[in-house]
Design a protein around this ligand. Structure first.
Ligand SMILES: Cc1cc2nc3c(=O)[nH]c(=O)nc-3n(C[C@H](O)[C@H](O)[C@H](O)COP(=O)(O)O)c2cc1C
Length: 254
């Protein structure tokens, strides 16, 4: 996260917050620049002044990136029970996934399961690892950073309607996982490459389906969404291919 700090020199007589360094936002972020707003005040003329240093943060992105809790590796039913339970569920409780559930489903979808090789829970053609998962909620959008098992905040705001597309009933799903392929990361955009990327996204989606079935969560693989709008909201050009999404949540009647 990039942060700009501005130091303001204020006349103490008109401001009794003297000698106070205060920060409007938390300082979990790196301070990257420091600027005096009033460089014309010379030390002499400041004799009767007390210098008040106010630090105001102008945070470019507004969001703190978020480390997810470690995925809990021992949960869920056995695989055959999960396969038996798997089905498409299209209505959800309003409750948003807990951080632990989000951590676990993201790891199931595309987590690093062999750190020494950097390989993932979901296979990709030629190990291109070109599928990016974006998380859409009422509050905003973030991107799954599989290497660090964390979320990178992308933007604030409720953009779930774009993911719902013309299936409006989904616009209130508490959380979507959206699978987008980077054709640049894959290496080319040939018909075969596009097929491989669609297959890779399908596998990620099925990992999500099986995780949900094994843990009592509700989800459905969806191809429908306003893909153009989603890419534009994410500021992604046409080298990115919006493929599938999975709304995911708790049972509606919990
Ligand atoms: C590639 C793919 C795309 C799908 N797209 C949608 C969709 O946009 N909206 C939807 O409600 N269901 C979608 N589905 C879910 C199917 O309708 C569902 O899997 C099918 O009806 C079988 O039901 P089941 O999953 O409960 O076995 C999609 C499934 C797949 C595999």
């Amino acid at each position: 996260m990039k942060v700009t700090i501005k130091a303001i020199i204020v006349n103490e007589q008109t401001n009794n917050h003297s000698k106070k360094l205060y920060l409007k936002k938390n300082l979990d972020c790196k301070l990257t620049s420091y600027e005096k707003l009033n460089p014309n005040i010379k030390p002499k003329t400041m004799k009767n002044l007390l210098i008040l240093l106010s630090l105001i943060l102008f945070i470019d992105t507004c969001y703190a990136d978020e480390k997810l809790p470690a995925p809990s590796q021992k949960r869920g039913t056995d695989i055959m029970t999960a396969l038996q339970a798997r089905r498409s569920i299209r209505t959800y409780s309003e409750r948003i996934l807990s951080k632990q559930d989000l951590s676990d489903v993201l790891w199931a979808a595309q987590g690093v399961n062999r750190p020494e090789e950097g390989k993932l829970t979901s296979p990709t053609a030629r190990n291109r690892q070109e599928i990016i998962i974006y998380v859409f909620t009422k509050k905003g959008i973030s991107k799954y950073d599989k290497t660090n098992h964390s979320l990178i905040d992308i933007r604030k705001g409720d953009y779930r309607e774009a993911v719902a597309g013309n299936q409006k009933r989904f616009a209130t799903a508490p959380l979507f996982l959206v699978m987008i392929a980077s054709t640049t990361q894959f290496g080319n955009k040939s018909a075969h490459a596009l097929e491989m990327m669609a297959a890779d996204a399908g596998i990620v989606s099925e990992n999500i389906n099986l995780f949900a079935a094994a843990t009592g969560l509700c989800t459905v693989t969806r191809g429908i969404m306003d893909k153009k709008k989603v890419l534009s909201i994410l500021n992604l050009d046409d080298s990115f291919n919006c493929i599938l999404n999975n709304p995911i949540g708790y049972p509606a009647q919990e």
